[in-house]
Design a protein around this ligand. Structure first.
Ligand SMILES: *[C@@H]1O[C@H](CO)[C@@H](O)[C@H](O)[C@H]1NC(C)=O
Ligand SMILES: *[C@@H]1O[C@H](CO)[C@@H](O)[C@H](O)[C@H]1NC(C)=O
Ligand SMILES: *[C@@H]1O[C@H](CO)[C@@H](O)[C@H](O)[C@H]1NC(C)=O
Length: 359
């Protein structure tokens, strides 16, 4: 009886167990339509074919001049919890116009992950890209080049051991992060796409990552990320469904798709398109994020709610009190003498007319 029960529990556990792996993609240049075509929250799992087709779509458009495909065997979603280990990746991600974070990609069987070779061939066929393979340890392998041909740097990092302590894993990941930064620095272009992924999977309880009620939705997010409720903070801390939530979930501007890195690259437009483009101010509406600035950073006049008289400004009055008193005095003096003068003139007139009458 007890054995039966244990078997049943085992069976249920096996049935609801699934293998997943995390993947993170970001592109400096906007990949138009990519985010819009994801018809569910990033906090819900992605199927493997879905993930592959989204990434293929991003790659085949050749929007970047440099591509980094990084594979970290043994990488788990929990590793992303240590923000410090991903300093440079997070920097580059923040600058990017398109971010596709896939905390959980469902895999059909253990070790069945993204077909990175297929992405490479897409890039070499569509973008005439040149491939470089490096092992993620030896810096000298980083290619140094100055031409404009599209490059793909495939980095196969050494596996993270499942035995290692969190501290050791984080240290390793920090080294990997620095390696990626060095690769980015050697590229003669800011227009870079990075795919950070793994070729190993991990078992997970599927119910834990498919409950729609525990998704944090856009309308629950406060405009000021500093006032996130304690309840939501706890939800995020224990969540197994987000990568770098401060960038991907709580930055409201990420819910809209727009080019963040347009730097005078409008060449080649004919007049009509240029006109149309200059009329498009919808981004102003889309960008809802409010920038809260420290008062010490205000430029002149920036904290004025409305234009007010200098005399209503206490500092101004205090600093220039003597001058203001003198000016006011002179003004009063002039007015007083004018009034007296006018009075005298009128008195004279009255006196002279009465004199004339009496004569
Ligand atoms: C993952 O990649 C590493 C490094 O390229 C390789 O040695 C390993 O066999 C791969 N593992 C799987 C499950 O494909
Ligand atoms: C992990 O630890 C176990 C026992 O402590 C050991 O047998 C195994 O070889 C270790 N694996 C790795 C990859 O270090
Ligand atoms: C604003 O900046 C000043 C100087 O940098 C600092 O002392 C102060 O604490 C800051 N205030 C806030 C509200 O961050």
């Amino acid at each position: 009886m007890l054995v039966d029960f244990v078997c049943l529990v085992c069976l249920v556990a096996v049935c609801s167990a699934n293998t997943v792996f995390p993947s993170l993609f970001f592109s400096y240049k906007l990949v138009p339509g990519l985010r819009v075509s994801v018809d569910h929250s990033d906090q819900m799992p992605f199927s493997l074919p879905e993930a592959e087709s989204l990434l293929t779509r991003a790659f085949e458009q050749c929007l970047s001049n440099g591509y980094i495909i990084a594979n970290v065997p043994g990488l788990k979603l929990e590793d992303f919890a240590s923000f410090d280990s991903f300093q440079h990746i997070r920097d580059q991600m923040t600058k990017s116009s398109t971010i596709l974070s896939m905390p959980n990609v469902l895999s059909n069987s253990e070790g069945d992950t993204l077909d990175l070779n297929r992405f490479e061939s897409v890039l070499s066929v569509h973008c005439n890209a040149r491939m470089h393979y490096i092992d993620g340890v030896d810096e000298d392998q980083i290619p140094r080049y100055r031409d404009t041909r599209t490059r793909v740097i495939r980095v196969d990092f050494p596996a993270l051991s499942s035995n290692a302590t969190d501290e050791n894993r984080n240290k390793r990941l920090q080294n990997y992060d620095e390696m990626i930064m060095k690769i980015i620095r050697e590229m003669p272009t800011p227009s870079i796409s990075v795919l950070f992924t793994t070729n190993t999977t991990k078992e997970i309880d599927i119910d834990e990552i498919t409950d729609k009620n525990s998704i944090i939705r856009e309308n629950e997010i406060p405009a000021n990320p500093k006032v996130i409720s304690l309840d939501m903070r706890n939800k995020v801390r224990t969540s197994k469904r987000m990568i770098f939530p401060d960038i991907t979930v709580f930055d409201k501007s990420r819910y809209f798709e727009y080019e963040r890195n347009e730097k005078g690259e409008r060449g080649g437009l004919d007049k009509d398109t240029a006109k149309k483009q200059s009329k498009d101010d919808t981004w102003l509406k889309r960008k809802k994020k409010k920038i809260v600035k420290n008062k010490s950073l205000y430029r002149f006049g920036e904290d004025d709610k409305k234009t007010t008289s200098a005399l209503a400004n206490q500092d101004f009055v205090h600093d220039n009190a003597l001058l203001i008193v003198c000016m006011a005095g002179i003004f009063a003096f002039i007015v007083f003498f004018d009034v007296v003068k006018i009075g005298f003139t009128m008195l004279k007139k009255v006196v002279s007319t009465s004199k004339r009458k009496s004569e």
